[in-house]
Every structure is written in C-alpha cells, then in structure tokens.
Design a protein around this ligand. Structure first.
Ligand SMILES: [Zn+2]
Length: 450
C-alpha cells in the first residue's frame, strides 16, 4: 500500500507548514529535502491536468519548462512538438552490447551513465539491467505451468482488491491500480490490522497468503538470496555488503500484490516505504500476466549544477525502462529504495495475456524486521508510530534516515511536526535491537523452563 501513495502526498506548502518548536539546522535541511523532491508532485499535478499524455511526455514538458507546472501545462496545450507520444510498442531490441554501451566486460556495474536528461532508455537483457540499474532480472522464473496456476489463483482473488486513497492538494484521490496485502498466517494478519500503521492509519484488509503464493515464496527466497550474494560479490565496493544492509539471509514474510487492469492503470514514481523493512531493503517482485514497463530513475544529490534559477532542482538524468514479461522475477537490491524511484508507466497499448487478459499481477515479497514493529519505533505527538524516510537529495544529510509524523496522510487529518533522526548500526538494526534481543532470549529461556 505504500506503493502509490508516496509521490502524491507532498504538499506544495512551504516550510511554515512544518512547525518546529526548536528549529535546528539539520531538521530544516531534512524538511527541505522532502520539499525538493517535488518533481514527482509536479508530475502528479500535470497528469491530472493532461490525462491523455503519458508520464514521459509530462516529464519532458516539465524539463523544458524549467520545472514550472504552469509553463509545462501551456506547452502541452499549445506546442505541437510535445505531442502525445507515438504509439508505444513493447518491442524488442538486441542487448545494449550491440551498441557498444553494454555492461563491463566481466559483469559488474557499467562504467558510464546510460541515461540523458529527459530521455528513456529501454533495457531488456538481464546483463544490461543489472549493469545499469540496482535490479537483477530472472526471466522464465517458474516452470510455465506453476506460473499459470499462481496467476490463476491471483486472478480469482483480484476482483476483491481495493484502490488506495491519498491526499493531493487536500483532495482525496484514488490510486490507478488495485492491491492487496498478504502475510503468512491469519494470526499475523490480525497483528497487521491491529498493531501496524500505514500512511498514518490502520488497515482493515490483510489476508493470509494464498497456497501457491506461499509455495512459490520459498523459490523466491532462494533465488533472491543467490542474487543478493552475487550482487555483493560483483557489484559492491570491495565485495562487501552495503552499510546498513542486513547480513542475515533474506526471508520474505509479507507480500503486496498489485493488479494493473488495462493499459491505463499505472503507478507513478515513488520509492517503497522502509518503515518496517528498514534501511537497504531488498524486495523480490514477480510479474504475471500482461507485460508492462517498469521505469526507474536515479535521484540526484542537491548540487548547483542542477539548480534552476528559481532554486528548484532539475532531474539530471532521464529514466530507464525495464520490460517485465509474464513469469519474470525482478530483484530490487539494497541500493534501490534510498537512491532510486520506480514506477509502472501507463501504456498506449498492451498485448493481452491468454490467461490474464488485460491484467498484470505482481507479487512483491518483502521481509519485515521484528525490531521495526511499531511497538518499538518512535511515536509522534499525535501518538502515532512514525514513518521512516531517507534523505534522497540534500547534500550533507543525503542517505540519513529520519522518523517523521505521517498522521496528515490521512484525508481530513492534521499531522504534527515530529521529526527525529533515525540511527542504525552497520547491519541496519535500530538502537533498541540489543535490548529486544535480550528480552527475547529471556523469554525463550522462560519457555524452556516451563
Ligand atoms: Zn504526528
């Protein structure tokens, strides 16, 4: 459910909205960072004004208008050079290496940045994808008949999925896709409903994972752990895991399932909420049914080079489009959520799938951390457990984590000014982890005594 809310919730209001009783420079900096991610917000506004243009066109209009929504909107109306894109075909091309811009010779990260401002580069092969994005891709992940059974299981349930709602300009807006949230047991579903907070409130629809989802989850777990090890070995500096990344094996215990019914259903640029996953989270994403485009964009640090005359930041880079066919597993690695944003683009046309017809179903397997249960995390002045965010833009504090009030994400509800830097150890565990480990050990001993 964090999937589509995050980009729209940014308010246009200035820092006065964030009331800080004792202002500290750092806090101001962090809030500024939140505001400066406004490209996505501007895109959301443009999209609502020009529903017939795709996101790529909107972004292009925004870029040539130096970030002014008004100018971009006029340009879209009057400038024939930014017409709605020609029919987008989910076509094929050979790997990038045929254009001599492929991955480094023996695998590993690419030396050159691939994207250019305002442009979209389409990637198809696993080698290109892992070299140029923080993702790895496994095509034909499951035996075909298993993928079909799993798809059918989800299709049967998908009519009951719901649309999320969020606030845009103080108006309640509905998401352009449906979703459902699954956990491993009904007991855990009950805990999710009563103890966890999403976008400032409790959720009422949490279900037990379906039989095939659970069965496949074991295969996803094995594949993702292998990919994590390979990523560390071949891509990370010194072959070591990233700071804050968990050294433990990845074990999925929750799954968000998204359903995109028809070419228009989409989700805008966002990063997934880290509140319960913790820093440097890894997510395994299995695509079924209609092939759609997954777009990723790297966030640039605040820098004068990218600063516009009005003080706002431009996007220094274009976007990369990864094609997600039926039965493909995409691993979003540990560097993804903090440094990149992703989206599912609306399409001009889709190829219907023999079983799913116009639908794409997508299971995102995630690993919730026990130590980030809301009973441990800081509460804001509204009494609500806070949301964990990462500074994506601002120089100096970029990469730092913060706990913030998110009570105002609920339509009709005001939030407070709560802000606190979030601290984690090398392995991404919060300061209270040692204590809780002690308590768990004691509890374990008590159980043994009984
Ligand atoms: Zn609050």
């Amino acid at each position: 459910m964090d999937a589509y809310v995050s980009r729209k919730r940014r308010r246009i209001s200035g820092p006065e909205k964030v009331r800080t009783p004792e202002p500290e420079p750092d806090i101001q900096g962090a809030n500024k960072d939140v505001e400066e991610e406004s490209t996505d917000f501007k895109l959301a506004v443009l999209a609502s004004l020009h529903p017939n243009h795709n996101e790529e066109t909107l972004l292009e209009a925004l870029l040539i208008s130096d970030g002014s929504v008004e100018m971009a909107s006029d340009a879209l109306k009057y400038d024939s050079t930014i017409s709605p894109r020609k029919k987008q075909v989910i076509g094929y091309q050979s790997s990038l290496s045929s254009y001599r811009i492929g991955p480094a010779e023996n695998g590993g990260p690419a030396k050159k940045t691939l994207t250019k401002k305002g442009k979209t580069v389409h990637l198809y092969t696993p080698e290109d994808i892992e070299a140029h994005t923080p993702c790895s891709m496994i095509h034909n992940f499951l035996p075909p008949e298993e993928a079909d059974v799993l798809l059918q299981e989800l299709l049967d349930e998908s009519p009951t999925y719901q649309r999320g709602t969020f606030k845009l300009f103080d108006k309640v807006v509905t998401s352009k896709s449906t979703f459902c949230f699954y956990v491993d047991s009904w007991d855990e579903a009950e805990r999710q409903k009563t103890e966890y907070i999403y976008d400032g409130k409790k959720v009422d629809d949490v279900r037990r994972s379906l039989p095939w989802m659970r069965k496949i989850s074991i295969k996803v777990q094995e594949a993702v752990n292998l990919e994590i090890q390979r990523r560390i070995r071949d891509f990370y500096p010194g072959g070591k895991k990233l700071k804050y990344q968990s050294p433990d094996p990845w074990k999925p215990n929750t799954a968000f399932v998204n359903c995109y019914d028809g070419p228009k259903e989409n989700v805008g640029y966002h990063s997934d909420q880290l509140t319960y996953l913790g820093p440097r989270a890894v997510i395994g994403s299995l695509s079924l049914g209609v092939a759609r485009e997954f777009r990723v964009r790297k966030m640039v640090a605040e820098d004068d080079e990218y600063r516009k005359s009005d003080g706002s930041l431009a996007d220094a880079q274009g976007q990369i489009s990864i094609h997600l066919p039926h039965n493909s597993l995409l691993v979003m690695h540990a560097e993804m959520q903090e440094e990149w944003k992703h989206s599912i683009a609306a399409a001009q046309a889709i190829d219907p799938h023999p079983i799913a017809k116009n639908k794409r179903l997508n299971i995102t397997y995630r690993c919730y951390k026990e130590n980030l249960h809301p009973k441990f995390t800081p509460k804001c002045k509204c009494g609500v457990p806070t949301v964990l965010r990462c500074v994506q833009r601002r120089k100096g504090t970029r990469g730092r984590y913060m706990w913030m009030c998110h009570a105002d994400y609920v339509p009709g509800q005001e939030g407070c000014s709560f802000f606190q830097w979030a601290e984690f150890d090398e392995d991404g565990e919060p300061p209270w982890a040692q204590k809780t480990k002690g308590e768990r050990d004691k509890e374990g001993m008590r159980k043994e005594e009984v």
